[in-house]
Design a protein around this ligand. Structure first.
Ligand code: HEC
Ligand code: HEC
Ligand code: HEC
Ligand code: HEC
Ligand code: HEC
Length: 498
């Protein structure tokens, strides 16, 4: 982690404890560490050496059908709709996933526009290398100068652009060279899947790849995009690295090992193609925390329900009362534990994500004595940073999990390309973090206190959305309001004095 002491406003410290020690000193980890040191690499991600089983077959080698009505599009160019003409259920699920939203997301489009202009085009392919990899590599997304401003024109009606992370994005990945910044190679002669079976090779060439079937390598496919190092060297997303160095990554122990797909692509039984055999399939909804906020996007309700379900099981919340301390304060302890995440909570775009406790303490008469984590009139949290909320310093004990990013001068910044440094407060897998809230006991009437704690999640803070609207990059009505998801809630009553 980068140094943090020089920043004026950062996350107030919380106390923490690891329930299970992470496997950071397992022999395997030491081997990686050795490799990293030997090659003199400064990154904190392991180098990967992936080989796909066997040589790349040609369509002819594979007995590909030649008598189909229309010739199939060349490998890598097929639209998801084309794949969906046979894999209807995969297509339906993927269409309602964030992978299909990756370039349609108005927040992404707004940021890309601002980032391209602000950097005079130097951002170039950086964002689209992950959000629209096929179009980016095929050279469809050049930066051009228009009226003195650098722009990248995203033609969302072109499926290679508008479909974001498509079927062919993942299923054409032949090799992962490194687990960050889309460091993979596409094949132009075959697709890849978990079996490469003869039946699958009739409609399209498709080879068996360990990136799709080997539990020790499957997560690398995801890791190629789910770790982001920005051009200034600030690690903005670390989902893969977090997963890699914790207990869920244990390929030598299958009872413990959980890949990204084990949690994000749960199995179900269904027909693999419209008229195909029933098989054990893998969900292509890729449920996480994020939902589509544009009017025209399929399967939004299902997505929202499944997100709420996932988040309901992702953290444990506990409240305790530790009596009155020597200074006459009632000591209320609130603890949050990461229980089912294969990585930190939150993870991914942590500079945008907010996980926080809304705490209310009332006395016997029902009078509100203490509150933390309330929203101001704009819907923002008083996270201590000037410009984020109406009363920045009004909630010094806010229990908030997320990331702050800083520019070259150490000041808070809002956008990923501006970040040179960061501080964060995230909960590691199996980790528990807590805060003591000290409330003067003489404020209470009667002899009881009721503690009501809600753990909330939201994907974007309103101040960020407002800023993009003010700057003219986002239309005010482009997005539905950012939902706040209640992950879990605890209400308990205690005796103030024994
Ligand atoms: C003409 C129909 C058809 C189209 C179009 C089609 N597929 Fe398939 N696909 C099949 C059939 C049939 C199978 C084998 C089903 C079985 O196992 O019985 C298959 C199997 C697969 C598998 C599993 C392979 C494995 O290794 O087990 C993947 C992955 C796949 N297809 C991806 C795609 C992608 C990506 C596209 C679009 C580029 C696509 N398919 C388009 C018919 C089609
Ligand atoms: C043990 C189950 C589990 C494993 C393994 C797992 N995840 Fe998750 N993931 C979750 C849960 C639960 C959430 C929702 C809570 C959260 O945001 O952390 C989540 C959230 C996410 C998010 C959204 C994070 C955010 O806060 O914005 C992404 C992206 C993600 N996972 C990707 C991955 C990738 C990539 C891997 C493998 C490197 C992986 N996950 C492994 C359970 C898992
Ligand atoms: C983010 C990467 C990703 C995208 C995008 C993606 N897939 Fe897959 N797909 C996978 C992985 C990984 C597996 C293998 C899962 C396993 O076996 O553990 C898979 C498996 C499959 C299978 C084999 C059957 C099954 O469900 O296990 C088919 C068929 C398939 N995908 C079709 C598609 C189609 C069609 C699309 C687009 C509509 C698509 N995929 C988009 C990653 C992806
Ligand atoms: C080619 C790059 C790429 C690959 C490979 C990839 N992803 Fe993603 N993934 C993305 C991008 C970009 C987004 C965010 C799209 C958006 O919301 O704008 C995303 C979003 C997600 C989300 C939703 C996160 C949220 O906040 O809800 C999950 C879950 C996820 N991916 C899981 C996976 C898994 C599992 C794999 C491997 C099977 C995988 N991804 C492979 C690029 C990729
Ligand atoms: C290395 C791959 C990669 C690069 C490069 C990348 N992203 Fe992403 N982006 C992702 C992934 C993966 C996610 C999903 C993480 C999550 O859900 O927490 C994501 C999520 C996002 C989101 C949140 C989407 C939502 O609706 O919640 C925005 C906005 C975004 N990226 C913008 C950008 C911009 C702007 C850039 C360029 C400055 C960029 N990204 C560069 C992989 C990447």
């Amino acid at each position: 982690m980068l140094a943090s002491s020089s920043h004026s406003s950062q996350f107030p410290s919380v106390r923490m404890k690891l329930k299970h020690a992470p496997t950071s000193f397992s022999p395997r980890w030491l081997i990686w560490l050795g490799l990293v040191l030997t090659v003199g690499c400064t990154e904190d991600v392991p180098p990967t050496a992936i080989r796909v089983d066997g040589a790349t077959p040609t369509p002819a080698d594979m007995g590909m059908a030649t008598d189909v009505d229309a010739a199939p599009p060349p490998v890598g160019f097929a639209t998801s709709e084309y794949c969906g003409s046979c894999h209807a259920e995969h297509y339906r699920q993927w269409s309602g996933s964030m992978h299909a939203y990756a370039t349609k997301d108005p927040v992404f489009v707004a940021m890309l526009e601002k980032g391209t202009a602000d950097t005079n085009g130097r951002l170039d392919q950086f964002c689209v290398q992950c959000h629209a990899p096929v179009a980016s590599r095929k050279g469809l997304l050049p930066v051009i100068e228009k009226n003195g401003t650098h722009v990248m024109e995203l033609d969302l009606t072109n499926p290679l652009v508008g479909e974001g992370v498509q079927c062919v994005t993942c299923h054409s990945i032949a090799r992962v060279n490194g687990t960050q910044n889309a460091d993979f190679e596409f094949s132009e002669t075959t697709y890849f899947g978990p079996t490469g079976s003869a039946a699958a090779n009739v409609p399209h060439p498709i080879a068996k790849s360990p990136l799709f079937h080997d539990p020790a390598q499957k997560s690398l496919l995801c890791g190629s995009c789910h770790d982001v190092l920005n051009p200034n060297g600030a690690r903005l997303e670390a989902t893969f690295s977090e997963w890699y160095s914790n207990d869920f990554n244990a390929p030598q122990d299958p009872s413990r090992h959980k890949t990204c797909g084990d949690c994000h692509m749960p199995t179900y039984e269904g027909p693999i193609t419209i008229d195909g055999p029933i098989k054990t399939l893998h969900s292509h909804r890729f449920i996480g925390v994020d939902q589509a906020l544009i009017a025209d996007f399929p399967e939004k309700e299902e997505q929202a329900d499944l997100i709420a379900e996932l988040l309901a099981d992702a953290a444990a919340l506990e409240v305790r009362y530790n009596g009155i301390d020597d200074d006459g304060n009632a000591v209320v302890v609130v603890a949050v534990e990461n229980i089912n995440n294969g990585h930190n909570l939150p993870s991914g775009s942590t500079a945008d994500r907010q996980v926080w406790v809304h705490l209310k303490v009332t006395d016997e008469t029902g009078m509100l004595i203490f509150e933390s984590g309330a929203l101001d009139a704009n819907g923002d949290l008083a996270d201590g940073v000037e410009g984020h909320s109406l009363f920045p310093g009004s909630d010094p004990e806010l229990l908030l999990f997320g990331q702050f990013i800083y520019g070259e001068d150490g000041e808070h910044v809002l956008f990923p390309w501006e970040a040179h440094d960061y501080t964060d407060n995230l909960i590691g897998p199996g980790q528990r973090k807590w805060r003591d809230f000290l409330i003067p006991a003489n404020r209470f009437r009667g002899n009881s206190l009721k503690v009501d704690a809600v753990l909330n999640y939201r994907t974007f803070p309103p101040f960020l959305i407002r800023r993009l609207i003010e700057l003219g990059h986002l239309q005010p009505d482009a997005l539905a309001p950012i939902p706040i998801i209640k992950m879990t809630r605890v209400t308990e009553t205690f005796r103030l004095r024994p």
